[in-house]
Design a protein around this ligand. Sequence first.
Ligand code: UTP
Length: 225
Amino acid sequence: MFVVISLGGSLIMQEQPDIKYIKELAQIIRKSPHKFGIVTGGGRIARTFAQAARGLGASEFEADEIAIDSTRQNARLMTIALKGVACPHVFTDFEKAYEAAQHYKVVVMGGTIPGITTDTDAALLAEKVGAKRILNLSNIDGVYTANPRKDKNAKKFKKMKYQELLDLAGKSDSRKAGTHFVFDFVACKMIGRSGIETHFINGRNITDLKAAIDGKPHSGTIVRG
Ligand code: UTP
């Protein structure tokens, strides 16, 4: 079974790279019987650089380009943590990642082209390698009716259909470099058209993480159907 992980940048790095968490995640991946595609997000660093680039007169395309660099730097950390089981190359191309996936347990990518986010990269990689499951790991423990950090009445979905996630994502997707949204609108379309089951969990909840990798019940949100 091939599992694709969309790894939120906030889990890889806060003020500093979170070496303890990266090691823990790498250990779980090493021990799992599954194969993995990991797509790393850019997190706060990507937002900081995109904002700085705009301050210097960058176009949105250029802001995306600099944010992509941050995602790739995070991807590099993962290839190092997974030395021996992951292909050491940080892929920028789905075809090449697919080829490497035939020989390695793990392939790692960052961003690819401006205009999308690593959620879409993860969905495209999942389509390319034929993965039936995506894990969206972030520091939020599921998909909510509204941003749970801002709205005390926000409720978590246990299960959702693709169309429900698409409707929710459509409300919050401003398509600007380094802006947060629950899941990239385009990625919602991709998982829906290919019927890829997508699990949203807090990546630091190790019990949920292990359960989601195996497609078992957890306290996050499952999107299918
Ligand atoms: P992320 O996927 O990390 O976006 O890409 P995010 O929504 O901020 O996710 P978290 O916070 O890591 O969970 C960061 C930025 O990199 C650019 C976009 O500007 C995106 O907002 N990017 C990423 C691209 O332009 N193309 C890509 O393929 C990937």
